[in-house]
Design a protein. Structure first.
Lengths: 193, 222
């Protein structure tokens, strides 16, 4: 899984290395497939992704082309459901119940659970082998601060993979202020910069 | 009556903006709905929520570089307004799905007489994905559809029953087009206003769903 919302908050350097080293046959879990020229979009354009589990592919025409040509499998998940499935995996939950998707094709093949008269879809946890996430700055404990709207999926993804790799723009010698940490370093296995 | 595309969009955005009240939390979709922000009075305290993780996004940041850290839901760099706050996607959809958004404004491919909305895919052709639209439609207190009344080919977008895959069922509250304003009620679609320079016949003929026309609207249209 890879953090980022379009171009914002994407771990661009690690993605560049994946492209350079032709690391392919990937299942990509992310909000979107970005734009063709940038970050996750480059993984699509270079045909390194066999399956994408995302909420949106509309900003990358190559994703749509590969989907229609049968070259790319795409599982479209509503954005709020996608993040909660990832959060559930990281939080030790067996899934989440959401009203989103009831009465639509998103419901197909899923259990509908009724609670106090309201219908919800049972959406299962979503976990990855590796999470690659962005940070604005990090310290040697792996504690990370994410500025502005770069947080997006990075915070949930940090909790939901066997190996978590953090790409900070800056490494600080001094520990970060504990009150200003977005992602606790205990989730982070490696820092790459 | 034929209006330019720009004039249509302005009329629609202006009319939707009148639905916004002081203190509202609102989330605007990409495209025409985004333009609604241009017609909310400057002195009105409104919290614009952006699904990528912000409340209080402002104007475009024209000095920002490509890797800007503050963007809107369309990925464009923006400035913040006073009182702005950043959060992650889980918090963003806690706000959206949890009923904390007063009004969401979205576009549509089709909307029908039951308040069903289709706006995320055309099978076999364009499949952009739903992004946050399904969550927003289900979670917002009031769902307003802002769209041109017909497709560029003149086909009706307001139909009896949607034929495209749905975004959500029974969630749309109001439809605003360049031709009219429609309230979605349990009884069906109620014509609330006719926009200037359109006739009742033009509206009926370009709508593929039964319209309930209150007496005072029918009288005004004579």
């Amino acid at each position: 899984m890879i953090g980022g919302f379009l171009r914002c908050g994407s771990p661009v350097k690690i993605i560049d290395e994946l492209v350079k080293n032709h690391i392919g046959n990937l299942t990509l879990i992310a909000n979107d497939t970005s734009l063709p020229e940038y970050d996750r979009g480059l993984l699509i354009v270079n045909k390194l992704v066999k399956k994408a589990i995302v909420s949106h592919i509309g900003t990358n025409p190559e994703s749509g082309r590969q989907l229609n040509a049968g070259e790319l499998e795409v599982e479209l998940v509503p954005m709020g459901t996608l993040v909660e499935r990832i959060r559930a995996a990281g939080a030790g939950l067996g899934g989440i119940l959401t009203p989103t998707g009831i009465g639509t094709i998103v419901e197909n093949g899923k259990d509908v659970v009724e609670v106090d008269g309201h219908k919800y879809l049972l959406e299962k946890p979503l976990r990855a082998d590796v999470a690659i996430i962005y940070a604005t700055k990090a310290d040697k404990f792996g504690n990370a601060f994410l500025d502005g709207t770069t947080r997006n999926f990075n915070t949930a993804m940090a909790t939901a993979a066997d190996i978590v790799i953090l790409e900070p723009e800056e490494i600080c010698d001094e520990p970060l202020n504990p009150a200003e940490i977005t992602i606790p370093g205990i989730f982070v296995d490696y820092i790459a910069f | 009556m034929i209006l330019s595309k720009e004039k249509c969009r302005e009329l629609i955005a202006r009319r939707v903006a009148q639905e916004v009240n002081e203190g509202d939390v609102i989330t605007l979709g990409i495209g025409l709905p985004t333009e609604v922000a241009n017609y909310i009075p400057e002195d009105m305290m409104v919290m614009l929520q952006s699904e990528n993780g912000m409340i209080g996004g402002g104007k475009r940041d024209l000095n920002a570089t490509g890797n800007a850290k503050i963007t809107n839901a369309g990925g464009l760099p923006v400035l913040t307004r006073q009182g702005a706050v950043f959060f992650d996607t889980a918090m963003s959809f806690t706000i959206i799905r949890g009923g904390h958004v007063d009004i969401t404004v979205m576009g549509a491919l089709q909307v029908d007489s039951h308040g069903n909305l289709a706006n995320w895919m055309i099978p076999g052709s364009v499949i952009p994905g739903m992004g946050g639209a399904m969550d927003l439609t289900v979670g917002a207190k009031k769902v307003i559809i802002a769209m041109e009344h017909t497709t560029p080919k003149g086909e009706a977008r307001i139909v009896k029953d949607c034929t495209l895959p749905l975004t959500a069922r029974n969630e749309v509250d109001m439809i605003v087009t360049e031709r009219c304003v429609i309230d979605v009620t349990p009884e069906g679609l109620v014509l609330k206003e006719i926009m200037p320079s359109f006739s009742l016949d033009e509206i009926i003929n370009s709508t593929d769903a039964p319209l309930i026309i209150p007496d005072e609207i029918a009288r005004k249209a004579l």
